[in-house]
Design a protein around this ligand. Sequence first.
Ligand code: AMP
Length: 144
Amino acid sequence: MSNTVKAILDQKGRDVVTVGPNTTAAEAAKILNSRKIGAVVILGADDRISGIFTERDLVNAVAKFGKECLDQPVVSLMTSKVFRCHEETTVNELMELMTSRRFRHVPVEAHGKLTGIISIGDVVKTRIAEVEREAEEIKAYIAG
Ligand code: AMP
């Protein structure tokens, strides 16, 4: 059986690095760098998810607008249509979503509020652990 988002969050924690919409791209880049992460979630006034800004968005903005984009607020460079998951979402469903939509981060939402974030690294780590466990079970079964 596939692990769920809940199992991942129970292990890695539920902290998410967030910024306000008026944070500049340069400030967001410093946060991505210092926290060693690939994405920040942008929260609106009501603390609801209003967008996601990842290292890919930064690369796209520099390529498109040049270094002037660094002074722009993230709200003008972020992705606003954010795909979210829930604690009950399975790792298999996440893999399907990340692969088909080609993104590496999925915020977790409960009752309209941000309660965690799953990266592709978390998914790969969990999947490897699942495969190793399955292999051990098969070996134990064969050894009888
Ligand atoms: P990533 O691979 O996560 O760095 O993101 C690649 C692109 O997809 C960037 O433009 C992100 O803003 C966007 N993106 C990342 N995660 C999500 C998500 N959960 N929902 C919608 N767009 C996303």
